[in-house]
Design a protein around this ligand. Sequence first.
Ligand code: GLU
Length: 417
Amino acid sequence: MTEKALNPFKVAQAQLDEAAEQLKLDPAIHKLLRTPLRELHVTLPVRMDDGSTQIFQGFRVQYNDARGPTKGGIRFHWEETIDTVRALAAWMTWKCAVVDIPLGGGKGGIICDPRKLSMGELERLSRAYIRQVGRIIGLEKDSPAPDVYTTPQIMAWMMDEFSFLKGQNEFGVITGKPLPLGGSAGRGDATARGGMFCLREAANLLNVELKGATGAIQGYGNAGSFAHMLAEELFGMKIVAVSDSRGGIYNPDGMLYEEVFKFKKETGKVGGFPGSKEITNEELLELDVDVLFPSALESVITASNAENIKAKISVELANGPTSPEADLILYKNGVYIIPDFLANAGGVTVSYFEMVQNAYDYYWDLETVHERLDKKMTSAFHAVHKTREEHKVHSRLAAYMVAINRVAEAVSLRGWA
Ligand code: GLU
């Protein structure tokens, strides 16, 4: 089996096993952390615009709630499987622990191709999902959020459906909502911004000058497009390549966020952007740039291309982009990885801020959100870097060690094992 065909949940379990060994974790706790505590599989009939009914399949996995209610996004993707959702729910558990917010990890998904659904169909699918998973979610139980191909508008429909089920407004059931419906200032670009705070710290440690540094971004969704904006705005970086699911574009002189974003909004893709050369998603990863931002999907850097990665720093805004074998190759070659569940934890951190604001019905200004996010991300980055140096391990393993320790402590204090 090629590494590319690896099941993401098996990857997540292998990563946990490695950290458990390093930490000499209690065997019962280790076993408990290898599988989800709960999962719900749902079947969703949806009336399509042409009058027919299509049946969709969806999932919600509550991986571990020892440290607090489960939390994690909902993905709409044609290749969704229960095992990708399990892996992503595990990664959410470690993500919330590494930034030390009082939440557990969960994830949801629907097998569908959102690119082929009308707005009306998307709305009916979103509401159908909540009618099924509504029984297991809520501010104090499990709070979903946006993820691959889901948006603030989808969160608004979902919150609205849940509120009708409960007979009252329940803003805190979901985060990443639009501002007029209990959304938080700063949630939109929070995933990318959190990654940028980590990048700033890493660049300082590695003596990489970010002003004028080159960057390539794989993926142009919730994470990647904002990474483009912030790399320019915060550091004055030059983004020479970006891509989406249809392919990538390259221009060694750099491409401006404002122009690429506008082009993608108008045409639905980045391909064909004036002045750029078309490249594949695979070629983008291997470009000779200072900073790589894998911001699309899992398993894109594997044993088969890891030797060709030339970036100095890889800021993993996607979940699970690098396979375990590739991790070792990049570590050996001196590529500094800011691992996914640290690099992209800004999203869930501001989601947590959103839940707190919803619970108090009192809203913070943008400056307060940015300040508090910076504080969380910076201290998480340094906790991971310190463990990396002390134990002489790669960053992902160090991040696992920090996170697993915290979850294991909660499991043990509760008396579960
Ligand atoms: N889907 C995002 C993630 O993978 C955000 C989750 C959340 O805000 O709950 O971290």
